[in-house]
Design a protein around this ligand. Structure first.
Ligand code: MG
Length: 158
Protein backbone atom coordinates (compact mmCIF):
# COMPACT_ATOMS: atom_id res chain seq x y z
CA UNK A 1 0.00 0.00 0.00
CA UNK A 2 1.26 3.48 -0.91
CA UNK A 3 0.33 6.56 1.11
CA UNK A 4 0.46 10.01 -0.48
CA UNK A 5 -0.17 13.44 1.01
CA UNK A 6 -1.49 16.57 -0.72
CA UNK A 7 -1.90 20.15 0.42
CA UNK A 8 -4.11 22.93 -0.88
CA UNK A 9 -4.51 26.66 -0.28
CA UNK A 10 -7.05 29.18 -1.52
CA UNK A 11 -7.89 32.78 -0.76
CA UNK A 12 -10.77 34.97 -1.95
CA UNK A 13 -11.55 38.59 -1.21
CA UNK A 14 -14.96 39.63 0.07
CA UNK A 15 -17.36 40.67 -2.68
CA UNK A 16 -18.87 44.16 -2.92
CA UNK A 17 -22.09 42.54 -4.14
CA UNK A 18 -24.48 42.40 -1.15
CA UNK A 19 -26.52 39.67 -2.84
CA UNK A 20 -23.61 37.17 -2.81
CA UNK A 21 -23.85 34.49 -0.12
CA UNK A 22 -20.88 33.24 1.88
CA UNK A 23 -20.46 29.52 1.16
CA UNK A 24 -17.69 27.53 2.87
CA UNK A 25 -17.41 23.76 2.79
CA UNK A 26 -20.78 23.63 1.05
CA UNK A 27 -22.44 25.40 4.00
CA UNK A 28 -24.15 28.79 3.62
CA UNK A 29 -23.07 31.12 6.42
CA UNK A 30 -26.25 33.14 6.86
CA UNK A 31 -25.98 36.90 7.17
CA UNK A 32 -22.32 37.07 6.11
CA UNK A 33 -20.80 38.92 3.18
CA UNK A 34 -20.01 36.59 0.23
CA UNK A 35 -16.65 36.08 -1.47
CA UNK A 36 -15.80 37.40 -4.94
CA UNK A 37 -15.28 34.58 -7.43
CA UNK A 38 -16.22 33.16 -10.82
CA UNK A 39 -17.79 30.20 -8.98
CA UNK A 40 -19.73 30.37 -5.70
CA UNK A 41 -16.41 31.34 -4.04
CA UNK A 42 -16.22 28.34 -1.71
CA UNK A 43 -12.53 28.74 -0.86
CA UNK A 44 -12.65 25.77 1.54
CA UNK A 45 -13.93 23.42 -1.18
CA UNK A 46 -11.31 24.84 -3.56
CA UNK A 47 -8.44 24.27 -1.09
CA UNK A 48 -9.66 20.72 -0.55
CA UNK A 49 -9.84 20.13 -4.33
CA UNK A 50 -6.22 21.24 -4.73
CA UNK A 51 -5.12 19.03 -1.82
CA UNK A 52 -6.82 16.00 -3.42
CA UNK A 53 -5.39 16.77 -6.86
CA UNK A 54 -1.96 17.31 -5.31
CA UNK A 55 -2.04 13.97 -3.48
CA UNK A 56 -2.78 12.22 -6.78
CA UNK A 57 -0.38 14.47 -8.78
CA UNK A 58 -3.26 15.39 -11.09
CA UNK A 59 -2.50 19.10 -11.44
CA UNK A 60 -4.63 21.82 -9.89
CA UNK A 61 -8.19 23.05 -9.80
CA UNK A 62 -7.66 25.82 -12.37
CA UNK A 63 -6.43 23.28 -14.94
CA UNK A 64 -9.53 21.12 -14.56
CA UNK A 65 -12.10 23.91 -14.11
CA UNK A 66 -10.76 27.16 -15.70
CA UNK A 67 -12.13 30.28 -14.00
CA UNK A 68 -12.78 31.91 -17.41
CA UNK A 69 -15.02 29.03 -18.53
CA UNK A 70 -18.66 30.20 -18.56
CA UNK A 71 -19.76 26.67 -17.52
CA UNK A 72 -18.35 27.37 -14.05
CA UNK A 73 -19.91 30.82 -13.60
CA UNK A 74 -21.60 30.71 -10.20
CA UNK A 75 -20.77 26.99 -9.97
CA UNK A 76 -21.62 25.05 -6.83
CA UNK A 77 -18.09 24.17 -5.73
CA UNK A 78 -19.23 21.01 -3.93
CA UNK A 79 -20.05 19.63 -7.40
CA UNK A 80 -16.50 20.48 -8.53
CA UNK A 81 -15.23 18.76 -5.37
CA UNK A 82 -17.28 15.65 -6.15
CA UNK A 83 -15.77 15.63 -9.67
CA UNK A 84 -12.28 15.90 -8.18
CA UNK A 85 -13.00 13.05 -5.76
CA UNK A 86 -14.07 10.93 -8.76
CA UNK A 87 -10.88 11.88 -10.68
CA UNK A 88 -8.70 10.91 -7.73
CA UNK A 89 -10.62 7.65 -7.22
CA UNK A 90 -10.29 6.95 -10.95
CA UNK A 91 -6.51 7.19 -10.57
CA UNK A 92 -6.72 4.44 -7.93
CA UNK A 93 -6.53 6.53 -4.75
CA UNK A 94 -8.77 6.16 -1.72
CA UNK A 95 -9.05 9.14 0.63
CA UNK A 96 -7.88 8.30 4.17
CA UNK A 97 -8.71 11.65 5.79
CA UNK A 98 -8.50 15.41 5.35
CA UNK A 99 -7.80 18.26 7.73
CA UNK A 100 -8.72 21.86 6.91
CA UNK A 101 -8.27 25.32 8.43
CA UNK A 102 -10.31 28.42 7.57
CA UNK A 103 -8.63 31.73 8.42
CA UNK A 104 -11.25 34.47 8.77
CA UNK A 105 -11.34 37.62 10.87
CA UNK A 106 -15.10 37.65 10.39
CA UNK A 107 -17.67 36.24 10.51
CA UNK A 108 -17.26 33.98 13.54
CA UNK A 109 -17.25 30.51 11.99
CA UNK A 110 -17.09 28.20 14.99
CA UNK A 111 -20.89 27.62 14.93
CA UNK A 112 -20.57 26.35 11.34
CA UNK A 113 -17.43 24.17 11.28
CA UNK A 114 -19.23 21.00 12.33
CA UNK A 115 -21.73 21.27 9.47
CA UNK A 116 -18.85 22.00 7.04
CA UNK A 117 -16.96 18.91 8.25
CA UNK A 118 -20.07 16.74 7.89
CA UNK A 119 -20.79 17.98 4.38
CA UNK A 120 -17.17 17.54 3.23
CA UNK A 121 -16.94 14.09 4.88
CA UNK A 122 -20.04 13.06 2.97
CA UNK A 123 -18.53 14.18 -0.35
CA UNK A 124 -15.11 12.60 0.31
CA UNK A 125 -16.60 9.49 1.97
CA UNK A 126 -13.81 9.88 4.55
CA UNK A 127 -13.27 11.74 7.83
CA UNK A 128 -12.79 15.49 7.31
CA UNK A 129 -11.85 17.92 10.07
CA UNK A 130 -12.53 21.66 9.75
CA UNK A 131 -11.02 24.22 12.10
CA UNK A 132 -11.54 27.99 12.16
CA UNK A 133 -9.02 30.57 13.26
CA UNK A 134 -8.58 34.35 13.00
CA UNK A 135 -5.92 36.55 11.44
CA UNK A 136 -5.37 38.49 14.67
CA UNK A 137 -5.54 41.78 12.78
CA UNK A 138 -2.43 40.96 10.72
CA UNK A 139 -2.29 41.48 6.95
CA UNK A 140 -5.13 41.35 4.45
CA UNK A 141 -6.92 38.48 6.18
CA UNK A 142 -6.54 40.21 9.54
CA UNK A 143 -8.08 43.38 8.03
CA UNK A 144 -11.09 41.21 7.02
CA UNK A 145 -10.49 41.82 3.29
CA UNK A 146 -11.07 38.14 2.55
CA UNK A 147 -10.89 34.56 3.76
CA UNK A 148 -8.07 32.02 3.32
CA UNK A 149 -8.36 28.24 3.56
CA UNK A 150 -5.79 25.46 3.91
CA UNK A 151 -6.29 21.72 3.47
CA UNK A 152 -4.19 18.58 3.84
CA UNK A 153 -5.33 15.22 2.48
CA UNK A 154 -3.95 11.73 2.88
CA UNK A 155 -4.75 9.12 0.21
CA UNK A 156 -3.80 5.45 -0.12
CA UNK A 157 -3.41 3.18 -3.10
CA UNK A 158 -3.30 -0.63 -2.96
MG1 MG B 1 -10.88 29.59 -5.27
Amino acid sequence: MTLRVGQGFDVHRFSDDPSRRLVLGGVVVEGAQGLAAHSDGDALAHALCDALLGAAALGDLGQHFPDNDPRYSGADSTLLLADVVALVAGAGHKVVNADCTVVAERPRLSPFVRAMAEELSRILDAPVSVKATRGEGLGAIGRAEGIACLAVVLVERE
